[in-house]
Structures are given as structure tokens and as C-alpha cells.
Design a protein around this ligand. Structure first.
Ligand code: AMP
Length: 210
């Protein structure tokens, strides 16, 4: 029996953190399309530049590009036991694409209010030198505005400007929310309260999967 999990939620819901915990618990590969695209955007290629523009604007990457990236993962033997997809699928079409290849065990939906998501995303900072990530509410640097690791200046991430955050929320409601409703109707949705400490969210996930 494969353990095929998808972690979904609005931007800033902490899906990456929960996906990592779940993957470690069951020794499954954690595949985050967000991480893959953040890596691709650093490449000095036509694709890299196109992806960077979309990410900085808060828009979703087009489905054909997403499918190309995901197919490379779906075809690898490391997914034999299962997987934890994080940030994929992100719309109903992508859910249909995944269904052609894998049967989903559960879509875990991390439920967080708009206000909290916006607060979390607005507090993200990145070091302009070493690119270390911070959050001025949750992972505070020792000295305000300065990187603990290298002393560099902390700045707002390109993808976390107020405009980008607004677009990311709009994309979520237009594309991802209908996918959540679709999984709920299919009876494969596990909804958890994402506004609790990290370990409590994870406990709720583990209880829901029993
Ligand atoms: P995330 O870290 O999951 O919030 O993803 C960061 C960004 O990567 C998103 O705002 C999108 O631009 C892009 N992205 C990640 N996954 C997908 C996906 N499945 N479909 C389209 N765009 C995606």
C-alpha cells in the first residue's frame, strides 16, 4: 500500500514545514515544487528568467512547465513507497494530471486564515548577501535587520512584497481553493488547523491519518 500524500494550503500556511515532518516520519521523499522553482529561477536561462518573473509577481507557473518538472520526479523509483508532494497539485487540472499516474491517499489541507497568512508572509526577510531566510516574528535575527550568519543586510524577499502577497492570495482563491473543494467532495481531504504551534499541527495530521 503506497503512502501518497499531498500537502496543500494557502501561501504562508506552513505546508513546507509539515511536509518535511511527515516525509521524515514515514521516510518518504518530500517534493516541493516551490523549492524546485526557486532553484530554477536562479538559472541564467530563458526558463530561469521566466520563472523568476512569475514567482516575483506571485503568479503560478504555467501547467506545462509544472508537468515537465513533476514528470521527472514521478518517473523515479524513489516514489515506490509513496511521496509527500508540497505545493503540487495547485489547481484542478494539476490534480487530474497527478491522478493519471498515482492514486492519492490523502490531501492534507493546512487551514490558516487570510490575515494570518498575510502576516506570516509579510514578515519574511532574506539576507541580501548569503540568502539565509528569516522571519521577523518567528525566526528573528539577533540584531534587527542584520543576518546572524554573515552580518549582511536583511531585505524583503522579491516574492513577498505587498503586491506579490496580494496576487498569491488571489491565485490561491482562484486556483487552489476549488481543488481543495474537489478533494473534499472525493472524500480524500484531511483538514487540520494550521494556527497552532508546529508540533500540534503535526499531531493533528498524524491523528487524522490513523
Ligand atoms: P510555494 O513555495 O509552494 O508557495 O511556491 C512558490 C511559488 O512557486 C508559487 O507562488 C508559484 O509561483 C510556484 N509554484 C510552486 N508550485 C506550483 C504549482 N504546482 N503550480 C504552479 N506554480 C507553482
Amino acid at each position: 500500500m503506497q503512502m501518497n500524500y499531498v500537502i496543500a494550503g494557502p501561501p504562508g500556511s506552513g505546508k513546507g514545514t509539515q511536509a518535511e515532518l511527515l516525509a521524515a516520519k514515514f521516510k518518504l521523499p518530500h517534493i516541493s515544487t516551490g523549492v524546485i522553482f526557486r532553484e530554477i529561477q536562479t538559472q541564467d536561462t530563458e526558463l530561469g528568467r521566466r520563472v523568476k518573473k512569475l514567482l516575483d509577481e506571485g503568479k503560478l507557473v504555467d501547467n506545462p512547465t509544472v508537468y515537465e518538472v513533476v514528470l521527472q520526479k514521478l518517473n523515479t523509483p524513489e516514489l515506490r513507497k509513496g511521496f509527500v508532494f508540497d505545493g503540487f497539485p495547485r489547481n484542478i487540472e494539476q490534480a487530474g494530471f497527478l491522478a493519471k499516474y498515482k492514486e492519492l491517499s490523502k490531501c492534507i489541507f493546512i487551514d490558516v486564515s487570510d490575515a494570518e497568512c498575510i502576516k506570516r508572509m509579510s514578515s519574511r526577510r532574506v539576507c541580501s548577501d548569503c540568502k539565509a531566510n528569516y522571519n521577523v516574528i518567528y525566526i528573528k535575527p539577533k540584531k534587527e535587520g542584520i543576518c546572524d550568519k554573515c552580518g549582511g543586510k536583511l531585505v524583503i524577499r522579491d516574492d513577498s512584497t505587498p503586491e506579490a502577497i496580494k496576487v498569491r492570495m488571489q491565485e490561491y482563491y482562484k486556483n487552489t481553493k476549488p481543488m481543495i473543494d474537489y478533494y473534499e467532495k472525493k472524500g480524500v481531504l484531511l483538514r487540520v488547523n494550521g494556527e497552532q504551534p508546529i508540533n500540534d499541527v503535526f499531531k493533528e495530521i498524524m491523528n487524522g491519518l490513523k
